[in-house]
Design a protein around this ligand. Structure first.
Ligand code: HEC
Ligand code: HEC
Ligand code: HEC
Length: 446
């Protein structure tokens, strides 16, 4: 392969990392901005007056902004919903979400409906420049023109917020937007959404939401070297932001084989059910998106997900007995107070750990992240109190963390590979937890 071609490929794979696969939020210091009186969820559910001539279209647009989880990305800590400024950290630099309020100078107040549709469908901004796939247009392009128009009409009624996010911090050549054209050519699927006449109306509605605005595959489908979906592996589970978005297929071991459609719908509504709790990046999806959808739509999404064929079941050998004994002692000491002996938990407040898909993923990163850094279940209107799992980074050594992880991955019906101390050490470093860090409910000062 020629040097030049290699350079282009290198650039492309780096561009790929700018997609969802490399997405992480940055806590870079940002200029303080007064936050508005309404909470983000209050904003997303604010009633729309009947006297607007297109009130129905506006209501639909507001609903679709929830379905697309726009607020999770287009809102920085303490900032107004949709005003942007959240830094999405990729291995190559930081991309800031733009202001998409109706402000004419700093938002999208001067955009036309055609320009907006082109952004959602083709990933181009109002000047025709390419947007990076950190903006989920590869999924959003399945939304219909009528739905894009409704979102656009709604966004135009949002209060203008005058705010310019910081400039992206990307090295050459990734700061050249043109490079994304190559990615689009190779990986952007040209197919618009087409209902499958062989399936029920409910299944088709679920497919439209899950594969379109919901962009669930953005996190739950593993990515190739270029950050595009691995073919034949839809919903087999992906790693991003040092979390694992688990397998959503019918696999009984790593996937949702043991969950009913109602279980999935309950999880999307409340962030918890008899099997699991939603932490990591799923917490925001619950809070700003799925908990604010209708029961019918959540059920439709569940029906579509439930219909996904199981991924291949990979079995691993039993771990070392010494490791299991050490892990059991740490579990009794550190974990059993909430998850109880035998990992039965207290379903909904404290997830049961037996037959738990999340902790049997082949990649233990999500489990280790949770143990090291702690996590919080996303709040929802029906379950408003945040439940927090404390951080153990300050309490357990790398070896102890690895041992307790191996233990829970291989107890009470679970089976998964042994976790090594070296993996814990690397993750601790990536999470910048080498220095002590405390979670709010650990009872210690930050
Ligand atoms: C996963 C994070 C994420 C989600 C979810 C998301 N966006 Fe974005 N969006 C971004 C990022 C990052 C950019 C900037 C990309 C760039 O700079 O190339 C962007 C860019 C845009 C732009 C282009 C604005 C401009 O000034 O160029 C529009 C319009 C937009 N998003 C609308 C939406 C809408 C509407 C939704 C919900 C339906 C949404 N986004 C959901 C991350 C997200
Ligand atoms: C103070 C109570 C408490 C203690 C102690 C605790 N946890 Fe948790 N744990 C929680 C809560 C609350 C959640 C739900 C939060 C979430 O999923 O983000 C949770 C979630 C989990 C999950 C995710 C389950 C799922 O389905 O998403 C795992 C795995 C887990 N804990 C393992 C452990 C291990 C291992 C220990 C000991 C090292 C431990 N926990 C100690 C409260 C606790
Ligand atoms: C921003 C990334 C992201 C997006 C987008 C996302 N998820 Fe998740 N999801 C995760 C992560 C990370 C977890 C693991 C949470 C944990 O460890 O507690 C998860 C967990 C889940 C689980 C529980 C799996 C289990 O075995 O415990 C379900 C079900 C789920 N997601 C469904 C969805 C659906 C449906 C969508 C689309 C509406 C979606 N997710 C979109 C990141 C994401």
């Amino acid at each position: 392969m020629s040097r030049r071609w290699l350079a282009i490929l290198g650039g492309l794979s780096a561009a790929a990392a700018l997609g969802l696969a490399g997405l992480a939020t940055s806590q870079a210091p940002l200029p303080a901005h007064p936050s508005s009186a309404v909470t983000p969820v209050g904003f997303l559910t604010q009633p729309i007056a009947d006297n607007a001539p297109n009130a129905d279209q506006l209501r639909r647009g507001q609903y679709l902004v929830r379905a697309g989880d726009c607020v999770s990305c287009h809102m920085r800590d303490g900032g107004e919903p949709l005003a942007g400024g959240l830094g999405l950290r990729t291995p190559f630099g930081v991309i800031y979400s733009p202001n998409i309020t109706s402000d004419r100078d700093t938002g999208i107040g001067t955009w036309t409906a055609d320009q907006f549709h082109r952004a959602m469908h083709d990933g181009l901004d109002d000047q025709g420049e390419n947007l990076y796939p950190a903006f989920p247009y590869p999924w959003f392009r399945k939304a219909s023109r009528a739905d894009d128009d409704a979102i656009f009409a709604y966004l135009h009624t949002t209060p203008p917020v005058h705010y310019t996010p910081p400039s992206n911090r990307l090295p050459f050549p990734l700061n050249i937007r043109f490079i994304v054209k190559g990615w689009n050519l190779l990986f952007l699927k040209s197919t618009d959404f087409a209902p499958d006449p062989g399936q029920s109306a409910e299944w088709n509605r679920g497919a439209y939401l899950v594969d379109g605005l919901g962009h669930c595959g953005g996190c739950h489908t593993p990515k190739n070297l270029f950050g595009a979906d691995k073919s034949g592996k839809v919903f087999h589970g992906g790693t991003l932001d040092n979390w694992v978005a688990p397998d959503l297929t019918g696999n009984h071991h790593t996937g949702l084989g043991d969950w009913t459609a109602d279980d999935i719908a309950e999880f999307l509504k409340t962030g918890r059910n008899a099997h699991a709790g939603a932490g990591g990046s799923m917490a925001d999806v619950i809070t700003y998106s799925t908990s604010l959808l209708s029961d019918q739509d959540r059920h439709a999404m569940a029906v579509y997900i439930k219909a996904q064929a199981a991924s291949l079941d990979v079995r691993t050998g039993a771990p070392d007995a010494d490791v299991m004994a050490r892990g059991a002692a740490i579990y009794s000491d550190a974990c059993a107070s909430c998850h109880l002996e035998n990992g039965v938990g207290q379903p909904r407040p404290f997830p049961p750990l037996g037959h738990n898909a999340m902790l049997q993923q082949s990649d233990p990163t999500g489990l280790l992240h949770l143990i090291l850094a702690g996590s919080r279940i996303g709040t929802s209107p029906s379950r408003p109190s945040p439940l927090t799992m404390p951080s153990f980074a300050w309490k357990l050594t790398d070896q102890q963390t690895a041992d307790v992880a191996t233990y829970v991955r291989n107890s009470w019906g679970n089976q998964a590979s042994t976790v090594w101390a070296s993996s814990v050490r690397k993750l601790r470093h990536r999470l910048d937890l080498d220095t002590l860090r405390y979670t709010e409910n650990s009872g210690d000062q930050r």
